[in-house]
Design a protein around this ligand. Structure first.
Ligand code: BGC
Length: 235
């Protein structure tokens, strides 16, 4: 296959799995996807050891785009609710630069995923349902970073994430979890008044109710190419 432009190593650090692959500037995947279980405890050191293993399986790449499950400012992780407290303040961007010898961009995982699917017009919202609950807001294609809706209280002093996380799905079962997801959407819709809502993450496929016209489930794979788009954002 003829490659177009620079090759991006797209890395997605999740609470359950760490995924990586390379793609060209035309969103064509150059390598196989590699997924390795997230180590426990998921300290920076343990996670970076896994990233190293993934990098070893990648062909040549020119730059790195990483999605991280927490607040990220200038490459630095400020929170990591589903990993390990040792991440707080850890400069992931710098560590990845050292590990790969390539320029790196890091952003919140939901934020990165959404870049692959948004249309770039009006208010668009992304919810990811996986280990935790990811949330990302875009206005005319511009990402508004680090809105941590997951940890906002929702009801009975439980946060959104506590109600619709993967752990909650397993605890209360699919039926109740679906009722909760529906309520979450009903709560968010009149607040953000989005034009489109995209729902991704590994558990999006568990949704069994009919979504409104302006909401759609995105394939988990769709979001992975957000890394390429992260490099198209203003630095
Ligand atoms: C984190 C978010 C992240 C989401 C999905 C939440 O616990 O606070 O930053 O996007 O999990 O990984």
């Amino acid at each position: 296959m003829k490659k177009t432009g620079l090759i991006t190593f797209c890395l997605d650090i999740g609470g359950t799995g760490i995924k990586g692959f390379t793609a060209d500037a035309a969103d064509r995947e150059i390598s196989e996807r590699v997924r390795i279980e997230t180590p426990h405890p998921a300290t920076p050191k343990a996670v970076l050891a896994v990233v190293k293993e993934i990098v070893a399986q990648m062909p040549h790449f020119d730059r790195v785009a990483a999605g991280f499950p927490g607040v990220v400012v200038k490459g630095r992780a400020l929170t990591a609710p589903n990993l390990d407290p040792a991440w707080e303040g850890f400069d992931l961007g710098k560590a990845l630069e050292k590990l790969t010898g390539r320029p790196v961009r890091v952003a919140n995982d939901a934020g990165v995923q959404g870049l692959a699917v948004i249309e770039g017009a009006g208010t668009e919202l992304v919810l990811t349902l996986g280990t935790g609950m990811g949330f990302a807001l875009y206005v005319d294609g511009h990402y508004v970073p680090n809105i941590e809706m997951a940890h906002h209280p929702f009801r009975k002093s439980k946060t959104y994430e506590e109600l619709v996380s993967n752990a909650a799905l397993h605890k209360v079962g699919k039926k109740r979890w679906n009722r909760r997801v529906k309520k979450v959407i009903h709560q968010l819709a009149p607040i953000f008044n989005y034009r489109v809502l995209y729902i991704g993450g590994g558990n999006a496929k568990e949704i069994d109710f009919k979504l409104a016209e302006n909401a759609k489930v995105i394939e988990n794979v769709a979001g992975l190419l957000g890394g390429v788009k992260l490099w198209q954002q203003p630095g």
